[in-house]
Design a protein. Structure first.
Length: 313
């Protein structure tokens, strides 16, 4: 899978706010290169590797780098990030020259450097996402913990589109349900559905890296008996009717297969779609309705939309 490295040249005082913006935009990690850091003595008791070459540091200010999966919502996300950073000036934050560049990188180039920035996060009434390398003690007996190592697949669980899907699943999935997760990425939604009691979950993705990552996360969460992960294009390989179908993919892709989704969802069952930017909401709603779905609820988070639709009985 290809990744895009987003580099923002800014000032020290804007680093925290920009890092937040990048995390909220779904970046798997943020790396900070501060000109003031060059030449400082380093503590390396944990075996960290530091760049020693002056060329690896900006000449002035700070460069904040983030890594975004190219199969996610790259163009929309980069535009949103640029707007959010420019808006920081409304709060009198000096964002410096604010140049933003995007380059394609390979998986190996950034490996797991981002892991130190990814911590347990409660994302709904019941779900908490816990990175595998963190210790976490549940705060209530009702809490459902999704342990996750997304590796290179999309789905740290914290992107607004993922959060809304998990909230939708939490409302809908009943014990003994059959669920299909189209574009499973790290497998986060399938693991969530299984923890809610779904009897059988079909997790599929077009990307082999995602299939591998989802399999690992399914095993990590001990839901192998419920979840089957496989390589597949949209609903082409799914033949069994499902109580719930969930698809967190781009709006245009969702629009392209609403008829297939309708034929897979059982009468009275649900279709949760996400990955929809605000401007595409009505187009997706219209496509769902044209296929026969009834819109039950529209969820909003930042500029993202998720739609919960139902196939009438
Ligand atoms: C935005 S990610 C969602 C990941 C995860 N379900 C989540 O909610 O965090 C979209 C996923 O859809 C996959 N995908 C894109 N086109 C697809 C297709 N035609 N068939 C199956 N999966 C696809 C991508 O590889 C990616 O893993």
């Amino acid at each position: 899978m290809k990744w895009s490295e987003l580099s923002i040249h800014t000032k020290n005082e804007a680093v925290e706010a920009i890092s937040n913006i990048l995390h909220e935009a779904g970046a798997s990690g943020v790396v900070i290169e501060d000109s003031a850091e060059f030449g400082k003595p380093r503590e390396d008791q944990y075996g960290e590797i530091y760049a020693l070459n002056e060329d690896d540091f900006p000449k002035d200010g700070v460069i904040v780098k983030a890594y975004l999966s190219e199969s996610s919502f790259l163009n929309e996300t980069v535009e949103e990030i640029k707007v959010a950073i420019t808006n920081l000036t409304n709060f009198n934050i000096d964002i410096g020259e604010n140049s933003v560049t995007v380059v394609e990188v390979n998986e190996e180039d950034w490996a797991t450097a981002w892991k130190q920035y990814y911590h347990p996060v409660k994302i709904s009434e019941r779900f908490t996402i816990v990175p595998t390398w963190e210790d976490y003690t549940p705060v209530s007996t009702d809490e459902l913990i999704i342990e996750l190592d997304p590796g290179m697949a999309f789905g740290t669980g914290t992107h607004p589109t993922t959060v809304m899907c998990l909230q939708g699943l939490e409302k809908i999935v009943k014990a003994d349900n059959t669920v299909v997760d189209v574009g499973t990425g790290s497998g986060v939604l399938s693991v969530g559905a299984a923890l809610l009691g779904a009897k059988s979950v079909h997790a599929l993705d077009l990307d082999e890296v995602a299939v591998r990552s989802a399999k690992e996360n399914v095993t990590l969460n001990k839901v192998d008996d419920q979840v089957t992960v496989y390589h597949g294009n949209l609903l082409d390989t799914v033949k069994e009717p499902a109580d719930v179908v969930v698809a967190n993919i781009l709006a245009d892709i969702i629009i392209s297969f609403t008829d297939d989704a309708f034929s897979i969802v059982k009468p009275g069952g649900y279709y949760i779609t996400s990955g929809i930017i605000g401007a595409k909401r009505d187009e997706v709603k219209a496509a769902l309705q044209a296929s026969g779905f009834v819109i039950e609820e529209v969820l909003l988070m930042e500029d993202w939309v998720a739609i919960i639709a139902r196939r009438p009985l």
